[in-house]
Design a protein around this ligand. Sequence first.
Ligand SMILES: C[S@@+](CC[C@H](N)C(=O)[O-])C[C@H]1O[C@@H](n2cnc3c(N)ncnc32)[C@H](O)[C@@H]1O
Length: 460
Amino acid sequence: MDDQFCSKTETFAKWLTHVGVQISAKAQLTDLRADGRGRALVAKGDFAEDELIFSVPRTSTLSVKAALPELLSGRQDISAEDVECMPGWASLTAVIISEGSRPESKWAPYFNVLPTKLDSLVFWSPEELAELQASAVLKKVGKDKAEEIFHQSISKVTPEGTDVDIFHRVASTIMAYAFDIPDIEQEEEEGANEDDLVDDDEQKTSLAMIPLADMLNADADNNARLHYDGEELEMRTIKPIKNGEEILNDYGQLPRSDLLRRYGYVTDKYAPFDVAEVSTSTITDHIYQDLAGELKVYLRASEIEARLELARREDVYEDAYDVGHATEEWPCISDELVALVYLLLVGEETLAAIQSSKMSLPSRSKMETELVGKALQRIFERREREYSTTVAEDENLLQAGNHSNRVQMAIQVRMGEKVVLREAKKEAGKFQGDNKRMLGREKREREDDEHVSQKKSRHR
Ligand SMILES: C[S@@+](CC[C@H](N)C(=O)[O-])C[C@H]1O[C@@H](n2cnc3c(N)ncnc32)[C@H](O)[C@@H]1O
């Protein structure tokens, strides 16, 4: 353990006052390492709703704009453009690495409280990552791509000797600690154009580090929120906070997989936001085989492609679809996924009618046919089998608890995804819509209709 932890916190607290941060006497930076929560802000008195906890002047935030002059000073070999042309996170990484290498940096007391070790996924070994099994989060880690950007552009502007380990530490700290701050000029401009008919809701933001605001942990239900309205960024309570309670910020409604990837921790409170991903290529590779018994039709690759093209035209195509827990507002299975599977399975005549725009895509309830439900159930079962352990096995492993913290977190993530797939399968099992417009049925239905009418005419 870092035995300078407390002295670093004290120096940081003094520095905050020095740079104009105003903090309520009822809020205190506290050592929560024993609970695995690092430094945290804790209430040392009762806060009312909408009470100011602290304010940080915009001038005390660390952005590319703020730190670029220092990086460029005395360097003839690079220009502002070399830094500004990089993606936002990469240019902020470059300026923080450069600033961090200067012992006289005004930010030094702040840098001293930033982490030297993180658990975000980029730091996991191949064996640890393998514990996530079939989780789609593995495709999102992006370590190689990040290193490519480091070698191609960041390392050209950072001090000589900056290695890839420093790069990952700073880039990952930015991922877990930085904020997207709305630009104040933009807000004023928008205010001036309040009567404009065209609503330009794309607000310009800048990525920046906000000392102290980034010492707040999060646990799905926050009790504080940062306000960006003025020159002072204000952290205010959103509900009363009692003496002794931790002050928590909002990191967003993230599935545990993303929480782990970006922040290196998970808690049960994020489980309701878990998602599992099913890729369109897996769906098209298996759907006709899985339903061969009931379809009795063979589609050529070009016919499948035409159906996917229609899904694109109808704006329901995605390379992969997320399924999540149902809420009061949303089902587990998105409208887009139902529509994709419907278009892959709808009969030729209905397909042609939609293609020629004689008919529009039916409502969700009409697309929830029994066949679409059966296909989705198979898709979710297949996806669950891609994980090498079952939910029950994971439950036992979690209970045994004899793993490293990282493995324990990986088990929670992979188990959460399988639980979502099961719930989605149950939902698909309730689809009961008529199959008569579906592939292989349309013709049979028509033949049956004709058969009935022939019978009727014979009886006449
Ligand atoms: C913005 S920082 C918060 C300050 C941090 N605790 C520190 O000591 O520097 C985000 C990091 O805090 C930790 N963290 C945040 N919320 C947490 C929680 N509920 N449980 C455990 N760790 C948490 C994670 O390591 C995350 O990457």
